[in-house]
Design a protein around this ligand. Structure first.
Ligand SMILES: Cc1cc2nc3c(=O)[nH]c(=O)nc-3n(C[C@H](O)[C@H](O)[C@H](O)COP(=O)(O)O)c2cc1C
Length: 188
């Protein structure tokens, strides 16, 4: 059974982002995957302090000096076979909670650990406003994932306008993602 980590961020437990995440989880569970959800707004994650002259222990040791929920979440990501990144769109970017985690993961993983390199990922950005900035938000995430060598399989924009047909599509996306991970091992 494959493990999928679902990293998601929105303050609203019953909003668009939560619905999108839930549909993906539903599809992936149907296909037999084990899901590890991490709701970033419920976690304590400080922003990067840019220690030293810009690089701290992240550069050579792959660890962060800040003691909060970061290490546990990073551990969940390292153990996962696949990762889904789901965020609400704020200012054409990710939420602040998402960004705080993502910046620190990238610093630890891009050079030293390379624990996420080659893992399959899907990006989901949910815009409840005009929809402006959804693509920029996904590009921002994808740029960071590229720094870590993560294998991005899909980018899914969810907006008020397309919600009706994107939510069912997300369920299919979850199913396909789980099946792809399963088949990869089956095929060697
Ligand atoms: C600080 C802030 C900035 C936002 N910026 C954007 C934006 O750039 N584009 C957009 O379409 N919606 C924007 N929105 C609306 C959010 O995308 C929307 O509230 C959220 O995605 C809906 O998801 P939720 O129901 O999970 O909260 C913004 C909302 C907030 C609170």
């Amino acid at each position: 059974m494959k493990k999928i980590a679902v990293i998601w961020s929105s303050p609203n437990a019953d909003g668009l982002t939560a619905s999108a995440k839930e549909r993906f989880v539903c599809g992936a569970s149907e296909a037999g995957a084990r899901i590890e959800e991490v709701h970033l707004n419920s976690k304590k994650i400080e922003h990067c302090l840019a220690c030293g002259n810009g690089w701290g222990t992240c550069r050579n040791e792959g660890t962060c000096v800040i003691r909060d929920d970061f290490s546990e979440i990073y551990g969940t990501l390292k153990e996962a076979d696949g990762i889904v990144w789901v965020t609400a769109v704020y200012w054409s970017d990710t939420t602040e909670c998402f960004k705080a985690l993502f910046d620190r993961i990238r610093r630890c993983d891009a050079f030293c650990n390379r624990a996420l390199a080659q893992k399959r990922s899907v990006i989901v950005a949910c815009a409840g406003g005009s929809g402006n900035g959804t693509l920029e938000c996904m590009m921002q995430i994808e740029r960071g994932l590229k720094h870590m060598g993560v294998n991005v399989c899909d980018r899914i924009p969810v907006e008020r306008y397309n919600r009706q047909y994107m939510l069912p599509a997300l369920q299919e996306a979850g199913k396909t993602f789980a099946e792809t991970l399963e088949n990869e091992t089956a095929g060697g």
